[in-house]
Write a protein that binds this ligand. Structure first.
Ligand code: SAH
Ligand code: SF4
Ligand code: F3S
Length: 476
């Protein structure tokens, strides 16, 4: 998965902690997250920092002393959603003038002090690398000052902090392995909002994985904007400046993946996001070698046209991308594959749109996140190219892409019928209390009767029925 602009629903874990930490400073924090998994993972760091300060989590912003939105800036509509949400908080401010409103994350980083000027009720603005400064910033805001810290760091990875698992099913958890991005895709705001790429110490990643396993978790997803460029060489040194000795001692993504897989054979490992220009055969071979590394790759293509890929500064062509697809199927037969697509990028012609459709037809993805291009201030594309595909054309092309993907998802799900799937149970199915849900290695959702099984169990399910996106079956 990459971008899910969903609202976080604070966990039961949060409620339990609420009672415990209410004894501390008596103040309540409402924390809502938008954007990608990395932002959700950051919110777990923010919660950890503030709970140490004595804050309790609440699901009800009306009773909160601190209202925090962890925001996304990836597309214009991600930002308008946050602005609308800020409006909802006006009432709380009127009722309780002591309540503080903070904007965190990528939109905070992009707009900086402008956000305080534009949105009068915002008291605190904090970028993604400044969460350790939150207690100070809150103090400043409590003293009536507007508080802002949007300094980006070349080192910060929050490696030593233990995230508080929010919205957790107790089975799967995220672990951040890199922060930032050095790629400069021309459409993308992330390098501006999250700064330079840096990798986290593998020992702290392994310690987090072991700790999660000990607490009953059975799946970790390693997160980064481009996990394939993970490299740890002691002090987080960059590839380009390494001596031979440092190179020999460094840990790359394939090696990290293997280390995490070896924490325990019952701990499933997933990762996101891979980049087509950097995904190596070594990574694929490591996946093939370990049963507990899930056979699933999310490989964003963005466009099927080499000319547009060049303009997007993605660093690969259509042919290269398809050759990576072949490598995946050769090394990991039956591997699940999903993607991200952007339609209506600057100067995209009808033929180039057809190239995207034909690439999708060739690959037949299991799943895709599909977006129409949204011009972002300061990006390369905004400075160099004209956002000239009319809105109605973008809309129509996106619909064609969505329709084709729906067909492929249905087809791919149905391929699972009549087969036995190893499923990690995540919880009760949304549709029926008598059914459990989990995922197979390829990331398909599988639903089956409870029969005494528990979240965290591995079960073998024979799929006998399906909907367009879910397999339904019985434990065998
Ligand atoms: N690091 C990941 C993706 C990060 S953003 C990668 O390189 O693949 C998630 C997705 O949002 C991108 O893959 C892209 O499809 C989409 N996206 C990013 N910027 C966008 C923009 N300006 N307009 C529309 N979609 C965008
Ligand atoms: Fe954005 Fe490209 Fe970095 Fe992904 S790889 S976060 S799309 S700049
Ligand atoms: Fe993620 Fe959105 Fe920031 S996609 S990195 S939260 S701009």
């Amino acid at each position: 998965m990459s971008v899910q602009e969903k609202i976080i629903d604070e966990s039961k874990q949060g409620e339990a902690l609420f009672i415990e930490s209410e004894l501390k400073n008596g103040k309540k924090l409402f924390l809502e997250s938008y954007g990608c998994q990395m932002n959700f993972s950051d919110s777990e760091i923010v919660a950890s920092i503030l709970m140490k300060e004595g804050y309790a989590l609440t699901k009800d912003f009306e009773e909160a002393d601190l209202i925090f939105l962890n925001t996304c800036a990836i597309r214009e509509n991600a930002e308008s959603r946050v602005r609308n949400r800020l409006n909802d908080f006006k009432r709380v401010k009127q009722k309780n003038s002591g309540a503080l409103v903070g904007v965190l994350g990528c939109m905070a980083e992009r707009l900086k002090s402008q956000l305080i000027e534009e949105e009068k009720l915002v008291d605190i603005v904090v970028g993604p690398d400044s969460y350790r400064d939150l207690p100070n910033l809150i103090n400043e805001a409590e003293d009536g000052h507007k508080a802002i810290n949007v300094i980006l760091s070349k080192e910060e990875t929050y490696a030593d902090l233990s995230p508080v698992r929010l919205d957790s099913n107790g089975v799967s958890a995220y672990i951040s392995i890199t922060r930032g991005c050095d790629n400069m895709c021309s459409f993308c705001v992330v390098p501006f909002t999250r700064g330079r790429e840096r990798s986290r110490d593998p020992e702290s990643i392994l310690a987090e994985a072991r700790d999660l396993f000990g607490k009953g978790f059975r799946e970790v997803t390693l997160l980064g904007q481009n996990v394939d460029s993970y490299l740890w060489a002691g002090g987080g040194l960059k590839k380009e400046v390494l001596t031979e000795e440092q190179k020999a001692r460094s840990v790359n993504f394939a090696q990290l993946l293997e280390k995490v897989a070896m924490v325990n054979p019952l701990l499933r490992v997933r990762f996101s996001t891979s980049h087509p220009k950097d995904m190596t055969d070594e990574v694929l071979e490591t996946m093939a070698k370990h049963h507990n590394i899930c056979k699933y790759v999310h490989l964003p293509v963005q466009s099927g046209s080499s000319r547009l890929l060049e303009m997007m500064n993605r660093g690969y062509t259509r042919e290269w991308y398809l050759s990576r697809m072949e490598a995946i199927q050769r090394i990991i037969p039956g591997c699940g594959i999903s993607t991200d697509v952007i339609t209506g990028f600057c100067s995209e012609t009808e033929e180039e749109h057809q190239e995207t459709l034909s690439l999708m037809e060739t690959v037949k993805y299991d799943f895709a996140y599909m977006f129409s291009y949204s011009e972002r201030p300061k990006t390369l594309a905004e400075r160099k190219y004209k956002d000239d595909v009319p809105e109605e054309v973008k809309k129509r092309r996106l619909q064609e892409i969505v329709d084709l993907q729906r067909k492929h998802s249905t087809l791919r799900t149905a391929e699972g019928l009549g087969k036995i799937h190893e499923v990690l149970v995540e919880g009760v199915s949304k549709k029926s209390k008598e059914m459990l849900m989990g995922r197979n290695s390829q990331n398909f959702v599988v639903v089956f009767p409870k029969d005494g099984h528990q979240p965290g169990d591995y079960v073998n399910v024979l799929a006998t029925l399906c909907t367009p996106s879910t397999l339904i079956g019985e434990v065998v």
